[in-house]
Design a protein around this ligand. Structure first.
Ligand code: GLN
Length: 483
């Protein structure tokens, strides 16, 4: 029989409702697993099973996530826990309140357990920008787990967590999910409240589930989605329950293949796995259509103007006055601000603040920021037009598999290109999901490949249903890294 830490959320819920296990036993099993493997993965920045067990004692097991521990990316506020965004500038900061998504998880019976490593302030694609530690890919510990939610992806893949929350501004849920061989869902912009998520780029950020199975992602999505008055960009439209639709199959579904996403430079093993996945969708009854998203080539450039502009404004609040680190070497207020920021932020965060300040500055605003906003509209229109012809879009999540630690740290542009297929969905505000679709051995290591499905605004149920049909027909999610 499988051990508790190996089971999916859905399987554990089955055991809990049949009274064959308890939340405390599950937390103990996870804690032993963390003791055994986290010293080589280093995905948690904070882990406190004792406090989770106290909460577990009070949990109502009849709730949909009753008794299920969920790991939380270090960018989402959980009352009483550290919330450092893997940055020195927030060192010592404890969250005074729960994010809305955390309150929603708790109301569904889930128990937040542990804080996962990330790129500092969610800026990066490899988790190497963490100020705290390097996290390793469970499939090959000489490689990166992806980013910025690399800790969340790694704990789920390494069976150190049942499920996790991540955040996705340009791919940070889907890209590490793909590189670690798990499921990651970025909901439609505004679908999950951002209240209590430390802001990186407010017009792009979304919280979403990272899980081992599609059904688990659907369960967590259902718990955290919905309107929130505390977030002015939260959508006030009813959330369609994805669960009853999961098993309805995909016969007659129209799947679009964007020609701009099958380009030179993709790792051959990635392209093969994705093409095989598309054949599988076809054999399940889907109709395949070639489509075009003509403004795709501008997505990365547009993103690095808009995201940095918003980040430069959002990160202005970290000045040593209210949160975390404050320099002890300043003679004036201005010097205190400057030194605190100099000491507290890492190089990538500084690069983004400088770039963002530049594109917003007078004289450059029209040439960069305003123009990027116009291109953003064109990118969104490409998708809206495509979704008049197809129900979902299928493509690779990433152009390659997990790269080696250190391989791209000296070349920010190469690092930015790791998100070439995920960024457009954030700019367009649509939903996207990555799920395992096989392995590529091109790098000499057997590494997971992600299939990305993109859906029309608010159509998460369609993504989950398509993903579920594929997952059940193939079973890639059952593969476990040997640790
Ligand atoms: N890798 C992208 C970046 O560095 C996306 C990050 C994210 O989605 N948070 O900005």
């Amino acid at each position: 029989m499988s051990q508790l830490h190996e089971l999916s959320l859905t399987e554990l819920r089955g055991l809990l409702t049949a009274k064959k296990t308890s939340p405390t036993e599950i937390i103990d099993a996870i804690a032993s697993r963390v003791d055994a493997v986290d010293p080589s993965i280093r995905a948690y920045v904070y882990f406190d099973p004792a406090s989770a067990k106290k909460q577990a004692a009070k949990v109502d097991l009849s709730l949909p996530l009753g008794g299920i521990p969920v790991a939380i990316k270090d960018v989402i506020n959980v009352k009483g826990d550290q919330c450092c965004c893997a940055s020195k500038i927030l060192d010592g900061y404890t969250a005074p309140y729960d994010a809305t998504s955390i309150r929603a998880l708790r109301s569904a019976g889930a128990i937040p357990l542990g804080r996962t490593n990330m790129d500092e302030f969610a800026m990066g694609s490899s988790t190497e920008n963490s100020a705290f530690q390097i996290t390793r890919n469970p499939w090959d510990t000489t490689r990166i787990p992806g980013g910025s939610s690399g800790g969340s992806a790694a704990v789920v893949a390494a069976r150190e967590a049942v499920a996790a929350l991540g955040s996705d501004t340009g791919g940070s849920i889907r890209q590490p999910a793909a590189l670690c061989g798990i499921v990651g869902l970025k909901p439609t912009y505004g679908r999950v409240s951002r209240y209590g998520l430390v802001a990186f780029a407010s017009s792009l950020d979304q919280i979403g589930p990272m899980t081992r199975t599609v059904e688990d992602a659907a369960l967590i999505f259902k718990a955290i989605a919905g309107h929130d008055e505390a977030d002015s960009t939260s959508l006030n439209t009813p959330v369609e329950d994805p669960l009853p639709l999961l098993r309805t199959g995909i016969n007659g579904l129209r799947v679009g293949l964007p020609k701009e996403y099958f380009i030179k430079g993709i790792e051959p093993g990635v392209e093969k796995a994705v093409r095989d996945a598309i054949k599988q969708l076809e054999s399940l009854g889907a109709e395949i259509h070639e489509i075009s998203l003509p403004h795709t080539e501008f997505a990365v450039a547009t993103y690095y103007i808009i995201a940095t502009a918003e980040a430069s404004a959002n990160l202005a609040r970290f000045d040593g006055v209210r949160y975390g680190h404050r320099t002890n070497q300043a003679d004036s207020l201005i010097e205190m601000y400057g030194r605190t920021r100099e000491e507290g932020f890492g190089p990538e965060v500084k690069r983004r603040i400088i770039l963002g300040t530049y594109v917003l500055s007078s004289g450059y605003y029209d040439a960069y920021y305003l123009r990027a906003q116009k291109v953003r509209t064109l990118i969104r229109r490409d998708f809206i037009k495509a979704f008049e012809e197809v129900d979902v879009i299928a493509c690779p999540t990433t152009p390659g598999t997990a790269f080696k630690l250190g391989e791209k740290t000296n070349d920010p542009l190469q690092m930015y290109l790791a998100d070439i297929f995920t960024i457009a969905a954030n700019l367009a505000g649509i939903c996207g999901l990555s799920l395992p679709c096989g392995f590529s051995e091109d790098s000499g290591s057997r590494l997971p490949v992600g299939l990305q499905l993109l859906g029309a605004p608010l159509d998460e149920a369609m993504l989950l249903r398509t993903a579920y049909a594929y997952e059940q027909a193939t079973g890639w999610h059952k593969e476990t890294p040997a640790l």
